[in-house]
Design a protein around this ligand. Structure first.
Ligand code: A3P
Length: 320
């Protein structure tokens, strides 16, 4: 039924039976679909998105592995694409709203509890975020003229960030999370939510190489290094280049500052409020540093992971 925007329950149940199942290190179930471990609780929404979501050419799709800086990318893309509406920084909704309420996730927000999400109230350009692997994206995202930005991060920092985030938000309820070293073993085996992380990155990386005007590939570490350069690059990529006048006014620097870790973290809304009733806004702004993994993982652990990454990324041109 082409009008249906949710995979029928029976079809979903039948498919589930055929897939590999595992428990993520945090105690939540994951299923292996098309080479990736997807969260069972969001598997039906993901399938529905894959089957029914229709991208518009003007859409902006922010893609990432969880805990790679998605919140930052949401703030940046929102500010860049909407600067004709919020013409000065003090008008920005980011000052009073968490970035996740301004740019929804397809799987966690729009399709999570809705068989038929309503997109009518969204004005163009629509900005969506997703952690769905490239090859599981709906065809219309891959084939339309819409733009995809992928943000990736050093996997060891990602792993540590994810662990803090999940423990902080008490997703776990009755489940007992694995100890760090056991969780790390699973990470090295590629068995974790949206993993293996190397395949997630590689698929987007290759899509970027194939069509750089369609897929922009950015590293968290590079954003930290030179944010104004990347704000400009993102704007150009999206077709919203800054005018000479805007550059002269310092708008690039203003947006960079607005979206900076220090600024967002210290806003009232991001200190005490919750998103979706369960996620502490503050948990999206922990440390915001490069290399925090050194405080948690031993040199032997990092060496082990480095070897895995080297072999997985060999010949791809992607490195960390
Ligand atoms: P840490 O846990 O290492 O601090 P995501 O947004 O994908 O959930 O990723 C969260 C990670 O990005 C957290 O990393 C968080 O602190 C960091 N982060 C969030 N906003 C940021 C910003 N504006 N600038 C830099 N890092 C940011």
């Amino acid at each position: 039924d082409s009008n249906c925007s949710s995979v029928p329950k029976d079809e979903f149940q039948d498919l589930i039976q055929t897939l590999g199942h595992h428990t993520n290190w945090d105690g939540r179930p994951i299923v292996k679909y098309d080479g990736f471990w997807l969260p069972l609780f969001y598997f039906r929404p993901i399938l529905s998105i894959q089957k029914y979501f229709k991208a518009k050419d003007s859409d902006i799709i922010l893609t990432s592995f969880p805990k790679s800086g998605t919140t930052w990318l949401k703030a940046l893309a929102f500010s860049i694409a909407n600067r004709n509406i919020y013409t000065t920084i003090d008008q920005s909704p980011l000052l009073t709203r968490n970035p996740h309420t301004l740019v929804p996730f397809l799987e966690f927000d729009l399709y999570a509890d809705h068989d038929n999400p309503d997109f009518q109230h969204l004005s163009d350009p629509r900005i969506f975020a997703t952690h769905i692997p490239f090859k599981i994206l709906p065809e219309s995202i891959r084939e339309s003229e819409c733009k995809i930005i992928y943000l990736c991060r050093n996997p060891l920092d990602q792993f540590i960030s994810h662990r803090h985030f999940l423990l902080e938000n008490k997703f776990l309820k009755d489940a007992v999370p694995l100890e760090l070293d056991e969780a790390f073993n699973m990470f090295c085996e590629g068995i974790h939510i949206f993993g293996p992380i190397w395949d997630h990155m590689l698929d987007y990386w290759n899509a970027h190489l194939k069509n750089p005007e369609k897929v922009l590939f950015i590293k968290y570490e590079d954003l930290k290094e030179d944010i104004t350069f990347y704000v400009k690059m993102i704007a150009e990529f999206l077709g919203y280049s800054f005018s000479v006048e805007e550059e002269k006014q310092g708008l690039i620097e203003q947006i960079s500052k607005l979206c900076s870790f220090e600024n967002l973290k210290n806003l009232e809304v991001n200190k005490n409020e919750y998103t979706g009733g369960v996620l502490k806004n503050s948990s999206f702004f922990r440390k915001g540093e490069v290399g925090d993994w050194t405080n948690y993982l031993t040199p032997a652990m990092s060496e082990r992971f480095k070897k895995i990454m080297e072999s997985k990324l060999e010949g791809s041109g992607l490195f960390f």
